[in-house]
Design a protein around this ligand. Structure first.
Ligand code: TEU
Length: 527
């Protein structure tokens, strides 16, 4: 396999921060967040210490899937501002040492994209996957004069771009080879789109459904071939930028050319259990079919960190130093940290874990103040996928302060309702309180970025894989996490002096580590 240029040096120290632009900060009072709103809050992100922001799709779209249905890849959606506003955001962020990644929706467009309109009129157009007649399983009837049906990628209004099939079949003419004309045009288009935004100064892309490109590709080898080609091009043309995949299987995504992959909530050999065994589910309800394992971040202490540790170990060993695993607190598709059976009291331990584990951490906006997942919201821009899968609850407006709409917007109709509870957390209140979650996250981010042993390259040795979860980073930093309500203890043989760097409720004495309920600690054992 041809090798890639090593990841740019800045990536190993990245602490990602995800901004769902609809909900972050509305500068013009229309109820929807925008670029200038983000720019106005860059000082806050800089204070927090995060250094790489990724923004969900912000391009022209009918917004039936929150912008993941793109109608023009090269034009900013007017609701967010202009090219100049984005350039200003990137520039102002850069001055503060913050890089900006955009979202590349590579596998599908909106059915309102002119490419699709053209395809729906022309039987010789192969940008999309069309069956000339009838409706094979999973296909959607043609909306235009062109007969037959097309293959969607997610919602029916998101037709899959044609990158070909790993196993072409002339008897089923829509199963084209990956080097047919349509797939070649789409590969060129990806390069054009990336190049366009990279010229504006963005530092790379989070790539949506990165594994979805080539169809019927069980080993993902053909899909990987496309990304490898793009990575080689980037290595030469834009060596300082990174690709962060929504693939959910770093062992496959990194050799395919991604610098890092979200160790996410789906995909991979365990159907996402690896991470969900720690803290995530889809809707804030415990769905036995989806989450058959008890979560380690369960206040009643029924779970175990082992499924995560083992899956992480496998992926990490496979990767070596070829790329990174990225661990998000949550995202716009899944429940927030503060959700359902979990309680706010567990959040400090959760952040201690995330920010000291050997990964590239990604903080989902608002998780750093413990914003709640709000159940049962009505659909907004395709957020409700089923009775037990409502993404709106994780997409509510950022809570800045105690003014109208928590400081998100002056509009009477914010994008989604603001958390209605009277004691909702806000940035202003937590900045004023040094004992707050926000201050803890800030100190942990600083500790993390200032301590190479805590980064993705430092070693990890698990000393106790239960409650409390105990591990040693770089042979020097001892981490203790007890996300359950009850106290827990475990034997601890070493006799080093331990200097606490960050701790609540952890005692190390007489050969035992004792952690109070929801206790946590990071200790320096010295050299
Ligand atoms: O999501 C892809 C995706 O498949 C999951 O996040 C999905 O929600 C999960 O697997 C549950 O089955 C991406 C975006 O993150 C999402 O917001 C978009 O709706 C989707 O792609 C389509 O672009």
């Amino acid at each position: 396999m041809t090798s890639f240029r090593p990841a740019p040096a800045w990536l190993a120290d990245a602490v990602f921060y995800q901004i769902y632009p609809q909900s972050f900060a509305d500068s013009d009072g229309d109820g929807i967040g925008d670029f200038n709103g983000i720019t106005e809050h860059l000082d806050h992100l800089s204070w927090l210490g995060v250094n790489t922001v990724w923004i969900n799709p912000c391009f022209v779209s009918p917004f039936r899937d929150a912008g993941y249905d793109i109608a023009d890849y090269l034009t900013i959606a007017p609701r967010y501002g202009t090219d100049d506003d984005l350039a200003k955001l990137v520039d102002e962020a850069g001055r503060r040492g913050i890089r900006v990644l955009l979202d590349l929706v590579a596998g599908h467009t909106s059915d309102a994209h002119p490419w699709f309109t053209a395809a729906a009129h022309d039987p010789d157009d192969h940008r999309y996957i069309w069956a000339p007649e009838g409706r094979p399983a999973g296909f959607v009837e043609s909306p235009g004069p062109r007969p037959g049906s097309y293959l969607p990628n997610f919602f029916a209004f998101q037709p899959a771009l044609n990158f070909g099939y790993a196993r072409p079949d002339p008897a089923e003419p829509w199963r084209q080879p990956v080097d047919a004309e349509g797939p070649r045009a789409n590969r060129r288009a990806l390069r054009t789109i990336m190049d366009h935004w990279l010229r504006l100064g963005v530092a790379g892309f989070r790539v949506d459904m990165a594994s979805s490109l080539v169809k019927d590709d069980p080993e993902k080898s053909e899909t990987a071939g496309i990304w490898r080609e793009l990575r080689h091009w980037l290595d030469g043309a834009h060596p300082e930028v990174v690709l962060l995949s929504e693939w959910g299987d770093p062992e496959v995504a990194v050799p395919a050319g991604f610098h890092t992959d979200f160790f996410l909530h789906f995909g991979g050999p365990s159907n996402g259990l690896a991470l969900r065994s720690l803290w995530s589910n889809r809707s804030g309800t415990v769905d036995e079919a989806w989450d058959p394992l008890d979560c380690f971040f369960d206040a009643e202490g029924k779970g175990s960190p082992l499924p995560f540790v083992e899956a992480w170990q496998r992926a990490s060993t496979a990767l070596g130093s070829s790329g990174f695993i990225s661990l998000p607190t949550a995202n716009h598709d899944f429940s927030r940290l503060n959700c359902g059976p979990r309680t706010a009291e567990q959040l400090p331990a959760a952040f201690v874990f995330q920010l000291t584990w050997p990964t590239l951490p990604a903080v989902y906006y608002g998780d750093e103040i413990g914003m709640r997942y709000i159940p049962d919201l009505p659909d907004r821009e395709g957020s409700v996928l089923g009775p037990r899968y409502n993404r709106a609850g994780s997409r509510t407006p950022m809570q800045w302060d105690d003014t109208k709409n928590a400081g998100f917007s002056t509009s009477d109709e914010p994008y989604l309702p603001v958390d209605p509870s009277p004691d909702r957390p806000t940035v202003a209140a937590q900045r004023a309180d040094e004992t707050s979650l926000l201050h803890l996250v800030r100190r942990l981010v600083a500790l993390r970025t200032g301590t190479p042993e805590l980064g993705p390259g430092g070693s990890v040795e698990v000393l106790n894989s239960g409650y409390p979860f105990v591990y040693l980073r770089g042979g020097r930093y001892l981490v203790v996490v007890n996300p359950q309500r009850n106290a827990a203890s475990c034997p601890y043989g070493a006799t080093h002096a331990t200097r606490p760097l960050e701790t609540t409720g952890v005692r190390i004495a007489d050969g035992t580590i004792t952690a109070s309920g929801f206790g946590y600690g990071v200790f320096d054992l010295g050299r």
